[in-house]
Design a protein around this ligand. Sequence first.
Ligand code: C2E
Ligand code: MG
Ligand code: MG
Length: 540
Amino acid sequence: MNRREKTKKFISRFRSSGMVSRFFHCPGDFCPGKIALEISVIYIFLGTLWILFSDRLLLKLIVDRELAAAVSMIKGGIFILATAVILYFLIKIFFSRIRSMNLDLKMYQEQLRQMAFEDHLTSLPNRAAFYETAKGHMDHCPGSNMALMFLDIDNFKYINDTLGHRAGDQLILKIGKRLSALSDKSKSIYRIGGDEFIVFVHQYEAEKEIETHAKALLHFFDRPFRISDCTLNITVSLGIALYPLHGNDVETLLKCADIAMYKAKSAARGRYAFYSQETDMQIQERMALENELWKALERNEFSLCYQPQIDVITGRINSMEALLRWNNEKLGQVSPLKFISIAEETSLINPIGDWVLLNACNFLKRVHDQGHPEISVSVNVSIIQLMQQDFIEKVMKILLETGVEPGSLELEITESVLIESYDGIKDLLKELKSKGIKIALDDFGTGYSSLSYLTHIPINTLKIDKVFIDTIANNGEDTSLTNMIIMIGRRLGLSIIAEGVETEWQLEYLKKYDCNKIQGYYFSKPLPQEELLKLLDKDR
Ligand code: C2E
Ligand code: MG
Ligand code: MG
């Protein structure tokens, strides 16, 4: 192999190694290495031509040696000048390019910062911004009074599930807009997640001020929101944690405010609560409950008991309500009032609810087979169960499997929940009703519906809540509103059940005003299956 061939081989190997392309490759259209190399090659080429030909030309044109020397100097000067001009422009272009790149970089950095600290839906500052601001204030004025108000929309999940996520987003957006009007020198507003907002009070003198802020904040939601042709009456729950009393850093304070918010929510809707250690313990208890609840079904810890419902005219049992019982090894008997809401929050209510329906129908079949075919069963269902796409399918399958007629099953839905999510479930209720399944409005009077509402909801039964029955005075005087409810309900063709009847007075009053059925300790507590069967046999 001669030298030429060797050189060729080396160049081709060098090329195929990709070093050249890697050296010159730049993303985008700007490649400084390549440009610099091109300019240098052009410069060497032109410079060489200049040196080779300019002197020869000079010698040919000028005979006088001294003059030629002087012109040669001028020529050298022109060369330096031209080089300097080229260098000047190159350096200028180079630096202005760097400067514009810096400006672009700053702009991108600013945009990135905005994205990192701003909530994209509401344009309010987000969780990261809250951490930064709160920490900044705490570092700057350690020990001065600050408050964190954690705001959470009540039952937002239902709105999302019934009206759809787009409507949920619209609601968040409108709430964000409303809240941002509150922002001033002493308070800043953040959206820190789904339906959670924070009002951070930078400074206050007395705790009373925070209470005033909290009340004002709750009233802020008195005006309804209009979303996708629906008018939504929203309430929020507020948890409040104070700095430095409840925590010395943002993380602790946020945790405390969150715990306080849970406390507010569990009390009722639209409340505020301050953090306390006692609340903390309640939350720990709740977490323990939730942990056990996850394993309750597979451990077979649930059972059903049945409370008879008595026909006021005949005085005989004609239906029963299935009530869930949970007996846990560690926690003992846990009231449904404690665990149903947790089951709803965790969606565990769906498998639990399926279990309840199946077992209640199985027992009803047994009751029918033992000679009581007129008895029907009421089963409490949660709104979360109704939201399932295949809810009707599931119910019909259970009825078919157990051999129970649809007319012997009544589903109880709590009034407040039904009214709140009505737009989303009205078609489902109509379909259930068309299949012969009855619907009862449970705990009537404790929600916020008006009686006129009853004219358009597809229900069969109205269950007057115990709080109304409790108002029936011992002497049977008409001081209670209960008679009005019975009268209106009956006029609408509904069957009326009075819940929580405990005294003879109450029974007499309910009889007098034509209530259809009674349910309560006066007649019987909820009973285990076998005891109920015995009672039915005795009643025959
Ligand atoms: P509810 O559906 O309104 O059930 C009536 C509650 O009142 C029952 O409490 C019953 O034991 C109680 N009660 C009945 N008569 C009297 C009385 O004369 N005096 C008093 N003081 N109380 C009486 P329980 O069994 O603790 O159930 C509480 C709530 O838990 C139920 O209220 C219902 O909303 C819910 N729940 C129970 N079982 C289920 C279930 O299987 N699924 C769902 N989703 N919720 C359930
Ligand atoms: Mg009920
Ligand atoms: Mg009830």
